[in-house]
Design a protein around this ligand. Structure first.
Ligand SMILES: [Zn+2]
Length: 303
């Protein structure tokens, strides 16, 4: 997909006024939380240009002694490649970047370096200025920021990636789920991530959240999306268990049609509404098949 350097501020559609939603094209939403003590950027988008626009949206609130804080929900490119604005030689507004202790090593990985090089070659106008800048304040377990009027509870929600965090704000019953849930579904980066991801979904669904915002879903998705994601994986699991009980090959070959094999067409695993019909075909076919393979893999490991 091609990227854009634009970052739009999304009109408030009913959530607390202290949360600002920023949107980078069709790729990702990021958030600004304005509390009494801190202005908190939740993620830094894809590059210094988009992070600078986020900072511009935040600047009017950096008054009355409020300090800037940055959170990385995880180390995927669409969440942290604007970090260099806040730490290191190129920082224009130095601030702590809070992230999982598991994130910094990911910037060192050869695949990550190669991925950046590839992106810079494909879209130099977007990625040429990106310099890897890992988070500077590393957390493990739950971490709480007391913003005065608002509390930000950073909750480990591994699965999509092992370094993933979501942010819950109890005073306003608002959850920033990041990539722990998505429309149509979150994807675990590794096979072992699947059960963790489902546990994280359950953990988030149990929170008393009235407003739920995601990085990859419409702002209108609401907490129902958490439940729909849970139901989706439950539906796949039920079909896989039934098929395994009937004696299917638990390790189907690469070219096997696993959707037919476990009899779990897309439509049977998601709600029958417009929103779910209008999903890109990839997610109904190849993407859906890889989720089924992940569930089969997990069930076989379990056994
Ligand atoms: Zn993402």
């Amino acid at each position: 997909m091609s990227h854009t350097n634009e970052l739009q501020l999304i009109e408030n559609q009913g959530w607390d006024e202290r949360i600002l939603v920023c949107r980078n094209g069709r790729l990702v939403d990021t958030f600004i939380v304005v509390s009494g003590r801190f202005v908190v950027l939740v993620d830094t988008v894809i590059n210094p240009q988009t992070a600078a626009q986020m900072l511009d949206y935040a600047r009017p609130y950096l008054t009355n002694g409020r300090q800037l804080l940055v959170i990385n929900t995880h180390a995927d490119y669409d969440h942290c490649w604007g970090n260099q604005l806040f730490a290191g030689d190129s920082a224009v507004y130095p601030a702590p970047i809070i992230g999982s202790h598991l994130s910094p090593p990911k910037f060192q990985q050869e695949e990550a370096q190669a991925y950046l090089a590839k992106m810079q070659e494909l879209e130099p106008e977007v990625f040429s200025e990106v310099r890897f800048t890992p988070p500077t304040m590393l957390i493990q377990d739950k971490f709480v920021i007391d913003g005065g009027d608002l509390t930000l509870e950073l909750l480990p929600t591994p699965g999509h990636t092992d370094d993933h965090y979501s942010v819950f704000l109890p005073e306003i019953e608002t959850l920033l789920a990041a990539d722990a849930a998505e429309l149509p579904y979150p994807m675990a980066r590794t096979p072992d991530g699947l059960p963790q991801m489902r546990a994280s979904l359950a953990k988030l669904a149990a929170l008393p959240a009235e407003t739920v915002l995601y990085c990859h879903a419409p702002v209108t998705a609401g907490r129902q999306l958490l439940l729909d994601n849970i139901a989706y994986f439950n539906a796949i699991e039920a079909q896989c268990r039934a098929a395994l009980a009937q004696g299917i090959n638990p390790q189907p070959s690469e070219d096997a049609d696993v959707i037919a094999l476990v009899n779990c067409p897309w439509e049977t695993a998601v709600p029958d509404t417009e929103q779910w019909h209008n999903i890109h075909d990839y997610y109904k076919t190849a993407g859906h098949a890889s989720q089924i393979r992940a569930v089969l893999h997990w069930l076989v490991q379990e056994a």
